[in-house]
Design a protein around this ligand. Structure first.
Ligand SMILES: Cc1cc2nc3c(=O)[nH]c(=O)nc-3n(C[C@H](O)[C@H](O)[C@H](O)COP(=O)(O)OP(=O)(O)OC[C@H]3O[C@@H](n4cnc5c(N)ncnc54)[C@H](O)[C@@H]3O)c2cc1C
Length: 257
């Protein structure tokens, strides 16, 4: 069996103000926001599952982020800091100086609520990406399991895979109308798994699809992103089927409360 070498990259931490250039309703539960602005220049995102920390307006409509000390963020008492959430750089076009982020409209929450009302001219804050993990490019197949919050990373990954690779994606979405058209040069199969109104935290379509899936011949890298408890159980299911640690990455993208 090949030993696969993944490459971690660190980037200097940069905080930016992002200006909304335009917004687009992609599907009933996904809103695309394209950001620009002078401070976006120099932005780097090297891996499809990178994330930036976005800072949304606080109760007074201001962006207030913590200072960064040698041991990380410093929160002063009594300060009304901006709510901060993780999002995937869906696309970065350095030439056009544009960063695209796709927001799931899941209901209430500072990020989803902000995205639902986002309009050109508004600003938010962004930090990072601080690091990227470049997954080895010598697997035969890349298999992705995710809910709708994973769709930006999955879409970006499929777009960057070269011809000659195989990709299989299992994507749980709220409804059939939330399917997206995803381009890829790889030999790609996408399984759309609409929940039909069921709760994203307790959905079972990904689990059932994984249980019914036969690992393809050759070497496969498996990637999982979903609600934290579900991501952990999906990872355990793959580990139970003998998928090695260096062939597997699972991340909780949100926590059910
Ligand atoms: C590395 C990484 C990359 C991510 N990339 C993206 C991305 O590109 N696009 C994207 O939309 N999300 C992405 N997420 C997920 C996003 O950060 C969370 O969904 C986040 O909690 C949303 O914040 P909020 O302020 O809207 O809701 P919160 O204030 O965090 O939560 C409010 C309530 O909503 C629930 N909730 C949160 N998210 C969801 C959800 N998706 N579905 C149903 N209920 C939910 C919570 O359990 C809570 O009860 C990513 C997360 C990580 C860790």
């Amino acid at each position: 069996m090949t030993t696969h070498v993944h490459t971690p990259l660190r980037h200097p931490l940069v905080f930016r103000t992002l200006e909304v250039q335009r917004v687009e309703t992609l599907t009933p539960h996904m809103r695309r926001v394209v950001f620009g602005g002078d401070e976006l220049r120099g932005f780097v995102s090297a891996a499809p599952d990178d994330h930036v920390k976005l800072f949304f307006p606080n109760s007074r409509g201001e962006i207030v982020r913590p200072a960064i000390g040698p041991d990380g963020p410093i929160h002063a008492p009594g300060v009304d800091y901006s709510p901060m959430r993780d999002y995937t750089p869906r696309r970065h076009d350095a030439g056009a100086n544009e960063l695209t982020i796709d927001f799931v409209l899941h209901g209430d929450g500072p990020a989803a609520s902000w995205a639902a009302q986002a309009a050109p001219g508004q600003t938010i804050g962004a930090g990072g990406p601080r690091g990227s993990m470049l997954v080895a490019d010598d697997f035969d197949t890349y298999a992705m399991f995710g809910d709708e919050t994973a769709l930006p990373a999955i879409g970006r990954w499929l777009e960057q895979l070269p011809a000659g690779k195989r990709a299989v994606a299992f994507v749980e979405i709220p409804d059939d109308a939330d399917r997206q058209t995803l381009a890829s040069r790889a030999d790609t199969t996408i399984h759309w798994l609409p929940r039909g109104g069921a709760d994203a935290a307790t959905g079972t379509h990904l689990e059932q699809a994984l249980a019914a899936w036969t690992l393809p011949a050759g070497e496969t890298f498996c990637w999982i992103a979903a609600e934290s408890g579900r991501a952990r159980r999906l990872r355990q299911a793959l580990e139970g089927r003998g998928v090695a640690k260096d062939c597997l990455k699972a991340t909780g993208y949100w926590k059910a409360t």
